[in-house]
Design a protein around this ligand. Structure first.
Ligand code: THG
Length: 290
């Protein structure tokens, strides 16, 4: 499993001001800490970056590359900023992301810079409603990418994880699509913005949702995930170092109903969380207490 650290993000209270003030210190410190935490790529999210986005992206890429050799995932909706980041990147970069609305401007850059791309399944009419709509968007996007000379191995499909507190059917559709991907698009890779699943839930409990959803997606062959680099247990799960918890979650997905009395307090949290994410019990902000 390839892990992409999400933490260098213009929305963050420390990183936003550092980006705007072109202060390298906090960004380089975070880049080093993410690398030490064990992620494989660093996502550099500069947001829409409408004004002078190219200059900002170029500066962020150079700043981070002075602190670490990790490959970069360039996260902006501004194509001019994207191209500036690709030019500055010393390693094979990952374009995060290309959605159907931006294919004409951005697909040519993938080949031009020898990059890889995240194919985001956000349709021209917005969020796909179910797994089948995701499949239609994926097929069209992959076809266009292949036409632009991008091989499947450089396409990382992102079916879009959405918050459990908003719409459980979307949580299920993302999983269901992941199970379909190998057949729809042989050789394509996959990724997901894992922390989306726990957006809007109590901060202390977010890791249980993130980790459990990761285990569920791994069962369907998830190739990579954009994650909080500082959740050490999540990293262990991705590395296969918590097989006991992973097998518990997988057993429950298969319909097994372990006796709660036989489980530790920690195991019970995962049991409750997988039942919420599978749509078997209702999400509430206190789902671990019930
Ligand atoms: N797919 C792809 N890229 C993505 C996403 C996706 N990039 C952005 C996002 N979704 C994934 N990254 C994050 C980064 C931070 C958070 C969630 C997802 C987050 N941050 C905390 C918050 O907002 O409360 C803390 C922020 C801080 O540091 O202060 O939740 O789906 N391809």
């Amino acid at each position: 499993m390839i892990l992409i650290g999400e933490n260098i993000n213009i929305m963050s209270h420390t990183i936003g001001p550092a980006m705007k003030g072109r202060d390298p210190g906090p960004i380089q410190e975070l880049a080093r800490d993410e690398a030490s935490a064990g992620v494989d790529y660093l996502d550099l999210n500069i947001g829409p970056a409408r004004k002078a986005g190219d200059e900002l992206m170029e500066w962020v890429v150079s700043t981070v590359q002075a602190a670490t050799d990790k490959p970069l995932s360039l996260d902006t909706t501004n194509p001019v900023a994207m191209e500036a980041g690709l030019k500055a990147s010393k390693t094979k970069a990952l374009i995060n992301s290309i959605a159907p609305a931006r294919v004409d401007e951005e697909l040519p850059m993938v080949q031009k810079y020898g990059a890889a791309m995240i194919g985001l399944l956000w349709g021209l009419d917005g969020m796909p409603r179910d797994a089948n709509e995701r499949a239609l968007i994926a097929v069209d996007l992959i076809y266009k990418a292949n036409e632009a000379g991008v091989p499947n191995e450089d396409i990382w499909i992102d079916p879009i994880a959405s918050p459990v507190s908003v719409e459980i059917n979307q949580v299920k559709a993302c999983l269901e699509f992941m199970g379909m991907l190998a057949e729809i698009a042989p050789g394509c890779k996959s990724t997901v913005g894992l922390s989306n699943i726990s957006n809007g839930t109590p901060a202390a409990l977010r890791p249980y949702l993130n980790r459990t959803y990761l285990i569920m997606l791994m069962r369907y062959g998830l190739y990579s995930a954009i994650v909080d680099a500082f959740d050490a247990e999540l990293i262990k799960i991705a590395r296969g170092e918590m097989p006991h918890i992973a097998s518990l979650v997988h057993r429950v997905m298969d319909g097994d109903r372990p006796d709660p009395a036989s489980l530790s307090e920690e195991e019970t949290k995962y049991l409750k969380t997988v039942r919420v994410l599978a749509g078997e019990s209702l999400y509430s902000h206190s789902w671990l207490e019930i």
